[in-house]
Write a protein that binds this ligand. Sequence first.
Ligand code: NAP
Length: 415
Amino acid sequence: MFEKIKVPEEGEKIEIAGDRLRIPDKPIISFIEGDGIGPDIWAAAQRVLDAAVEKKYGDARKIVWMEIFAGDKGQQVYGEGVVMPDDTLKAIPEFVVAIKGPLTTPIGGGYRSLNVTMRQKLNLYACVRPVRWIPGVPSPVKHPEKLNVIIFRENTEDVYAGIEWREGTPEAAKVLDFLNKKMGRNIRLDSGVGIKPISVTGTKNIARKALRYARDRKLPSVTFVHKGNIMKFTEGAFKDWGYELAREEFGDATVTEAELWEKYDGELPEGKILVKDRIADSMFQQILLRPDEYSVVVTPNLNGDYLSDAAAAQVGGLGMAPGANMGDFVALFEATHGTAPKYTGQDKVNPSSLILSGVMMLEYLGWQEAADAVVGAMARTVQEKVVTYDLARQMEGARKVKTSEYATRIIENLN
Ligand code: NAP
């Protein structure tokens, strides 16, 4: 089936059955180690996840790992220049659930971002980033525990669609000519030009995923974040289509902020989800000043990029922030930081982001006990102040340990 990937003999495929996943007791899950610090943090994450599954389920359950390749390792295995082998793009949807370390993106040349390529080719239209505080982690705010949100960022459209033309090229001149002459605009001729598409389909897909998540987990609110006061037909439409979908498909389960006051005197009826919207700039203040008023947050691509990193900073930074790229069923879990190349091979950096992405993956499999065990053990380890350099420099009296030692201590703390 594949050119270079070795499918393990043990284990079974996760299958899509109707609108659900069928998870075998020994699912085959593909992983990409990643570039730079990837191998260090992956080794740590894999050990912690395996130990938690064994602790909670004994022999009854086990993840059967299958290595797939991209980035530097893609080139090692498939030959120079092959950074995103076809095998990898075939294996991820075939085996449904995958996890990856960070991959290098050359700036201003070389190849396009592999992460963006995977999102677009596999239609992983939702970037999902839970942001919550692990007790003990140093934070720049007084009450980091008040922030507990999950951000659903649209992943394929907006200015990230990659439709742009460099200043001075014939293509840019053609687009400018059209806009200036045919559409009555007055854009400077020495401009680069980009396009910001936001569709009904893309918006409703991400809104549906977020509302389903809120409904299934009985969460109190879903907030659409947008810049619709300025960009009415893209960002403003995003908000309008979000409300439209909530009304059409989740009408019985939702109440809008306007209805809350008109019909319910400001009291959210039991079991309903409050649907609201915020303008992006105001939302950056809100998550700092009144973080506990937000639960599920839905954003277009660019705003979501900024907002998820800003929110992550409140609870300890990117080293602690997990994420996933998801389609309807296929899910690719990943560390949210980059390859931190200066620390390559030093067994030094914090593997928590990838470990917590693994926690999201365990939750996605429905293996909640193992997921909770990892979070508890990580919290205990951080509270003991056994941490990697990045957290140690923010804590008094910390014992600074290597990536692998931190993972070992988390495993010892599993219960
Ligand atoms: P970065 O790799 O995230 O690293 C920036 C800084 O963040 C590091 O120097 C380090 O700060 C801190 N950091 C990141 N990960 C950490 C960890 N696990 N533990 C502790 N500290 C950590 O960002 P970058 O240098 O801008 O990007 C490097 C490469 O990664 C680029 O090629 C970029 O395109 C790629 N990238 C990939 C992804 C992805 O695969 N999803 C995401 C972002 C970037 P200090 O040195 O101050 O301690």
